[in-house]
Write a protein that binds this ligand. Structure first.
Ligand SMILES: *Cc1c(COP(=O)(O)O)cnc(C)c1O
Length: 375
């Protein structure tokens, strides 16, 4: 384990808590910048909006992809310039659009006519980009259904933007979160490139392609590193855009913070349920409502280790502490923990820096919300 985190854990902080090393965040950011030097990096704030993370990234020159007015204001408070913020949610309240515009945020996403018209009224003259729905093949946490429009609709909306007093700036897509392959990027780049050409032939010279996020973190499986994604993305970009590359944006969230932190949890109960099922049920002081929402469908399988218990291990079902029957973390995935594990001992849930703290509920069943320590 990371020595900084290990020495903090040695002080036995109250559980459940997230302990996150900001130096790992900085290293992940630097690795992506090195791998894709042509892309501006907009950190997807929703992955973990903690002020120490935003301040560190802002100091390193990151830009920010914000989904709401409070996220925009958190970035500004952390030292980001409005010029370096993109309002990337395609579903925004008019008042939020107006306030973002008043703050000086220049760039707005849309994927429907109504949203484009809202931006025209409440953020006149802004740069807009249209999100295209693309195949999320290879993603373990897909986002495809809810966002994006077709190339044909995007074409009509981009052509309409100047008449609404907006600057048609570019296109975006998102290949799905925890994207473990490069095929989805290759397909998406090929598709959007045809629309760049088509619009150029109609006198509209788009400046920017936003390739979204999706870069994966190692959970229970090895994943390709950022250099591999960068190579394949640049290969697809030069294949389809030649020497006429648009400005490139990426919006990593998970890959910046996911492996920077872990959760320390306490075992509340170990017991057996059905006589026919020899597996032990291990109940923790954190579950789905405490922030581990991405265990839904067992989509994201965090590595879990015992902090002190050791010796031979056996299969377990892992569950949260709440009185809700769906608050089970892993039932089908083959987790094993030491046979000697007892209540009162601690477990470590690794690579939980992304999409955990921001998902934690207020105080379901009265449990204290997840504590956060940034080192
Ligand atoms: C969630 C989101 C991201 C970040 O995705 P990751 O898979 O965490 O990299 C980027 N862009 C948009 C628009 C998003 O909604």
């Amino acid at each position: 384990m990371n020595p900084k985190i290990a020495s903090f854990l040695a002080t036995t902080p109250a559980t459940p808590c997230l302990v996150l090393d900001l130096d790992v965040v900085a290293a992940n950011f630097a690795a992506l910048r090195h791998a894709l030097p042509l892309a501006r990096i907009f950190y997807a704030v929703k992955a973990n909006p903690a002020p120490p993370i935003l301040r560190r990234l802002s100091g390193l020159g990151a830009c920010f992809d914000a989904a709401s007015l409070p996220e925009i204001e958190a970035c500004l408070s952390a030292g980001a310039l409005a010029a370096d913020i993109s309002f990337g949610n395609t579903v925004k309240k008019p008042a939020a659009i107006a306030a973002a515009h008043a703050h000086g945020v220049p760039l707005f996403a849309f994927d429907s006519r109504e949203e484009l018209e809202k931006i025209a009224v409440h953020a006149p003259g802004s740069q807009v980009y249209c999100r295209i729905a693309v195949d999320n093949i290879g993603a373990e946490w897909p986002l495809s259904k809810k966002f994006g429009t077709s190339l044909a609709r995007a074409r009509g909306l981009m052509l309409a933007a100047p008449g609404l007093g907006l600057q048609p700036h570019g296109l975006s897509f998102h290949v799905g979160s925890q994207q473990t392959g490069t095929a989805a990027y290759e397909l998406a780049i090929a598709q959007v490139a045809t629309l760049f050409t088509d619009l150029k032939n109609h006198g509209l010279d788009l400046k920017m392609l936003n390739l979204g996020g999706g870069f994966p973190v190692r959970y229970d499986q090895d994943v390709p590193d950022s250099a591999h994604f960068a190579t394949e993305i640049m290969r697809a970009m030069t294949t389809h855009f030649g020497n006429d590359l648009p400005e490139m944006l990426i919006e990593p969230g998970r890959a910046i913070v996911g492996d920077a932190g872990l959760i320390a949890a306490e075992v509340v109960l170990v017991c057996q349920r059905l006589e026919a099922d020899p597996r032990r049920w291990v109940y923790l002081d954190i579950g789905r409502y405490g922030g581990l929402a991405e265990t839904e469908g067992e989509a994201i399988r965090y590595p879990i280790t015992a902090a002190t218990a050791s010796g031979p291990s056996g299969p377990v079902v892992l569950a949260g502490p709440s009185c809700d029957g769906v608050d089970i973390l892993y039932e089908k995935s083959p987790y094993e923990l030491p046979l000697a594990l007892q209540s009162g001992q601690r477990l470590l849930i690794h690579n939980t820096g992304a999409y955990v703290t921001s998902y934690a509920s207020q105080n379901f069943n009265g449990f204290t919300p997840l504590a956060e320590h940034y080192l």
